[in-house]
Ligand binder design. Structure first.
Ligand code: NAD
Length: 271
């Protein structure tokens, strides 16, 4: 049973740990709960294994596999796709969830940092699509879910995340280009634009901000509070909110939804 029964999903960036959990970890678990076999990929092997361990405990054995790969490296992505094909022989869902945050406006940002952010946040989505699309095309069916961000369409005054914003804008364009080109082959490609979700990434960015402040703990708490208040709901979202949107976009329930940018932010963008 389940909305993804007999489907094979690759979740890239499926590790992450800490309070709140990451978007990819929650998505991998949600897909497995809905009947999918899940290939859990992360740069950090231990983090991917932790996700697989949680799935095995809750859903059962032979449902999830951990795989270490660098999604920004062509050879590594090819190895990932080959390994998934060898294991399960098909790929129905590609969930691209890799991403790093980065602070700084055009003046502060170094050229190296710009390249690093684009390598992780954009090139990885291009490379995974490059290797998965021919397989989906042969199957005549597939769904790609790209995790973007509301940072792609909104840049409030205050702390600047120039490279991050621009990289997520590129993710939106890439999503729409694939959606349009592959629709007639039975492949859909959509993006999720999460708002502020309390994941390890948010803790890392709050931590980075607090480092420069005298009273570190107070600065950290303040940053978390500001982020909670950013949403009209008064709270940040969680990885499970992203995961539920990913489930919709990966399943047949969204079979006529293609090239869509789905905002999941509790209404932050309404402000
Ligand atoms: P996270 O850091 O917990 O998850 C990202 C995972 O990707 C980590 O496990 C990391 O090890 C892995 N990763 C990084 N580079 C990789 C690479 N080159 N190859 C393979 N794996 C790699 O953070 P998260 O908050 O869960 O973020 C997941 C996605 O959600 C990102 O794309 C992020 O930009 C996006 N997002 C997050 C928020 C938020 O508020 N947390 C908001 C909008 C968008």
């Amino acid at each position: 049973s389940g909305k993804l029964k007999d489907r094979v999903a690759i979740v890239v960036g499926a590790g992450s740990s800490g309070p709140g959990w990451g978007n990819g970890k929650c998505t991998a678990i949600t897909f497995a709960r809905e009947g999918a076999k899940v290939f859990c990929v992360d740069l950090k092997r231990a983090a991917a294994e932790e996700t697989v361990g949680l799935i095995e405990k809750e859903v059962g054995k032979d449902v999830a596999v951990a795989f270490e790969a660098n999604a920004s490296h062509n050879a590594s992505v090819k190895a990932m796709v080959d390994a998934c094909m060898e294991k399960w022989g098909r790929i129905d869902i590609l969930d691209n969830n890799v991403g790093i945050g980065s602070q700084g406006g055009p003046v502060e940002l170094s050229e190296d940092e710009w390249h690093r952010v684009f390598d992780v946040n954009v090139k990885s989505f291009f490379l995974t699509a490059k290797h998965v699309l021919p397989i989906m095309e042969k199957q005549g069916k597939g769904a790609i879910v790209n995790v973007s961000s509301i940072a792609s369409i909104r840049s409030p005054k205050g702390i600047s995340y120039l490279a991050y914003n621009a990289s997520k804008g590129a993710v939106n364009s890439l999503t729409m280009a694939i959606a349009s080109q592959y629709a007639e082959k039975g492949i859909r490609c959509n993006a999720i634009l999460p708002g502020l979700m309390h994941t390890p990434m948010i803790d890392f960015l709050a931590e980075q901000y607090a480092k420069s402040e005298k009273d570190h703990n107070q600065a950290y708490e303040k940053m978390i509070e500001i982020r909670d208040r950013a949403s009209p709901t008064g709270k940040m979202g969680t990885g499970w909110d992203t995961a539920n949107a990913a489930l919709f976009l990966a399943s047949d329930q969204s079979s006529y939804v293609n090239g869509h940018l789905l905002v999941v932010d509790g209404g932050i963008t309404l402000r």
